[in-house]
Structure formats: structure tokens, C-alpha cells
Design a protein around this ligand. Structure first.
Ligand SMILES: [Zn+2]
Length: 300
């Protein structure tokens, strides 16, 4: 049986400390049995980061129902739900990718999230990156590490612009709807593990049966942006049935084809311009550039 004290000790061992901003991705069942359940896990994290720290968890709803920030449960498991339902938690108003946060920067991270794309500049996790936050994985892998979507925004990959129609309630309780950008597939994100291990960017330990990993948001984003620089499809998964990644690859290919078309057009335009210059000069309309002055100034 894992206790709150075991969890605190494990988190300190891998470098979580007072004042940290930390995004937690979690599988409660990965620990085996926890004395006190999700509540004990959240208490342990908050005890380690202290009042100066800030805990952020995804409380995504994916637009599956009308988003009501006060009521809609997250679809992310027991630990985010424990955070979301605490009286001192704040939740962002983003209708598909809200987060809940507790701590000194909770208001900063949650405010204005609904005004931007889920992971764009101004979003909760983009601000976590700017605040030098850490990513804590409790029995999870990079496939749930949403900060990697921030990297996709920074790298401006061609497959960002997919959207879905969502309904939500405003803080005043009015019904509203809009089109919201839909982030890509994350099933291929474990491809970053090797680069992060090579960079010695991950600290890990076992707490009960859970493999627990801590890393800086910056290290993860840097690794992802570096990968995307060389391969825009580098974070897409290789599951043959993944329609999202198939669509993303088509968008990358279309952007590439567009770029090539533009280059070909530019090349053709440049050739046409040169052809006109040559024609003009050969017909004597301009300086006789193609006549070689060989010093023979005979009347002919
Ligand atoms: Zn996929």
C-alpha cells in the first residue's frame, strides 16, 4: 500500500521542490493501491511544492458535451478530477482543453485561455512553459504530455488548422458555440523519449508500482521543436488506422506541394523575365550587350 508520505519522498527524490510550477499527467491505478486514493496523491504534490508552487492538471473535455466550467467533469481520470473539484482550484474556460490549477500562479495560467487556440501563445500550457514549469508523469508516458502540442504550435506544423464545432456555457450561464482548433494525435509522442534520455533531461523513480518521471517543460519542447525542424511528420503516430495522422500527413504534403508550385512559378517567371531582356537587347532596343567589341570598327 502506497502512502502519501511515500509519494512525497519519491517526488522530492526526483527533484520536485518548493515553489515549482508543475503539470501533472497521471494514472492513479499505476501506483497499485494508494492509501487515501487520488486525494492523497494531490495532497502529496501540494505538500512538496508548497504555497509558492502551482499545480496544473489537464481537465480536457474534448467538446464531447456542452462545456460548463463549473460542472463538466474532465475526461482525464481521478487525479485531475480531485484537483478540479477542490474549492481552491481555478479552471480555465477553454471549451475543449481546459486546465485546473491550484497555487500562486493558478489565476495567471487559467485566465484568457478561451481566447486562444488550445495550446497557442496565451494558452495555459504555453504560460507554464514561459514560467519554467516542470512536467510530472505519474505512471504515464509522453503520449499524454500535452506540452508537446505547444511545441507543435511553436514549430507551426502544417497540420494545426483542423477544427471542430463546440457548444459551451459562458461564465454568465448563457449557451454559446464556436469552431475550435483541434490538436493533432499524440500517440506518437514517445518518439521523444530517446532524445530526452540522451540529453539526461528526465529524472525518474518508482513509487509503489508507478514509474514516475520529472522533466522540465523546456527540455520537452526543445526536443520536439528540434525534431519537427527536420521532420514535420516526426510526431505523428504510425498506427495504420489513425485518421487524424493520415489527415495531418496529407496537410504536410499539400503544404510541401504548394511550396514547390510556388518555387516552380517563381522560376518560370524569372526565366520569362530573362527571355524578354535577351529579346529586347538582341533586337537592338537596348544596349547591344551580346555584341562583342573586338576592336573592329569597320563601317559594316
Ligand atoms: Zn495518430
Amino acid at each position: 500500500m502506497v502512502t502519501r508520505k511515500d509519494i512525497e519522498a519519491g517526488l522530492r527524490e526526483i527533484g520536485l521542490s518548493k515553489g515549482d510550477v508543475v503539470v501533472v499527467h497521471s494514472s492513479l491505478s499505476s501506483f497499485g493501491r494508494v492509501d487515501g486514493g487520488a486525494k492523497a496523491v494531490v495532497d502529496a504534490i501540494l505538500a512538496v511544492i508548497g504555497d509558492e508552487g502551482t499545480l496544473v492538471v489537464p481537465t480536457f473535455t474534448y467538446g464531447q458535451s456542452v462545456y460548463d466550467p463549473d460542472e463538466s467533469p474532465s475526461l482525464m481520470g481521478a487525479i485531475p478530477e480531485e484537483v478540479r473539484t477542490r474549492p481552491n482550484a481555478l479552471r480555465s474556460l477553454h471549451p475543449t482543453h481546459s486546465v485546473a490549477a491550484i497555487g500562486s500562479l493558478a489565476d495567471v495560467f487559467t485566465e484568457g485561455h478561451e481566447k486562444v487556440h488550445p495550446f497557442a501563445r496565451g494558452s495555459a500550457l504555453f504560460k507554464v512553459l514561459q514560467a519554467r514549469g516542470k512536467i510530472l508523469q505519474l505512471g504515464t508516458t509522453h503520449t499524454t504530455s500535452s506540452i508537446i502540442h505547444v511545441a507543435e504550435e511553436i514549430a507551426a506544423v502544417p497540420y494545426l488548422d483542423r477544427s471542430r464545432y463546440v457548444e459551451y456555457k459562458t461564465p454568465q450561464g448563457k449557451s454559446a458555440h464556436k469552431w475550435v482548433r483541434r490538436p493533432g494525435c499524440s500517440r506518437g509522442f514517445d518518439v521523444l523519449e530517446e532524445a530526452l534520455q540522451e540529453a539526461d533531461a528526465i529524472r525518474e523513480t518508482m513509487i509503489g508500482e508507478s514509474r514516475v518521471k520529472l522533466m522540465s517543460a523546456r527540455a520537452v519542447v526543445d526536443a520536439a521543436v528540434e525534431l519537427l525542424k527536420f521532420d514535420q511528420e516526426g510526431l505523428l503516430c504510425d498506427q495504420p488506422d489513425c485518421e487524424v495522422c493520415a489527415e495531418a500527413r496529407a496537410m504536410v504534403a499539400a503544404t510541401e506541394a504548394e511550396k514547390q508550385d510556388k518555387e516552380i512559378t517563381e522560376l518560370a517567371e524569372e526565366e520569362e523575365r530573362l527571355r524578354r531582356v535577351i529579346e529586347t537587347r538582341l533586337s537592338g532596343g537596348e544596349l547591344k550587350y551580346f555584341e562583342i567589341d573586338d576592336g573592329d570598327h569597320s563601317p559594316n
